[in-house]
Write a protein that binds this ligand. Structure first.
Ligand SMILES: [Zn+2]
Length: 136
């Protein structure tokens, strides 16, 4: 995904991309039903992957995320060259994108399953982490 930090006093004010790496940890009770194919699961990994893929990665992959404070003429110009622009009401930092991901995913989990933490790597050495316990 590409982003640009609005009015930032460094190179990240320019549109640039990252190969973000997202790690999702969920919590919940282990389903117990002897003989059931999903016995022993908190949530089927496949269902979790499909949920994250449908609501996060397919939406953000190869998109450009910009702050809604962007100059409208600049936004209009960008829209002539790409159709995948996500305008958000926040500075698209890793920390804010984490909150966006948490807010998007939280209501989508099946009963008894919830987010425990999210880790988003912007680069191999730079990441931010979100914990449900810090966001009651
Ligand atoms: Zn960046």
């Amino acid at each position: 995904m590409a982003h640009a930090l609005h009015e930032y006093d460094g190179l990240c004010r320019n549109i640039h991309g990252h190969s973000y790496n997202l790690e999702i940890t969920i919590s919940g009770n282990v389903f117990r039903s002897l003989g059931h194919p999903k016995d022993g699961m908190v949530m089927d990994f496949h269902e979790l992957k499909m949920l994250v893929k449908a609501h996060i990665t397919e939406k953000l992959d190869h998109a450009l995320m910009v702050n809604s404070l962007i100059d409208p003429h600049q936004l209009e110009a960008l829209m002539t060259t790409t159709s995948r622009i996500i305008v958000v009401d926040f500075q698209p930092t890793t920390e804010n994108i984490l909150q966006y991901i948490a807010d998007t995913l939280n209501p989508l989990f099946p009963a008894g399953v919830s987010l425990y933490s999210i880790r988003l790597f912007e680069t191999v050495t730079s990441f931010a982490e979100w914990f449900a316990s810090d966001n009651p």
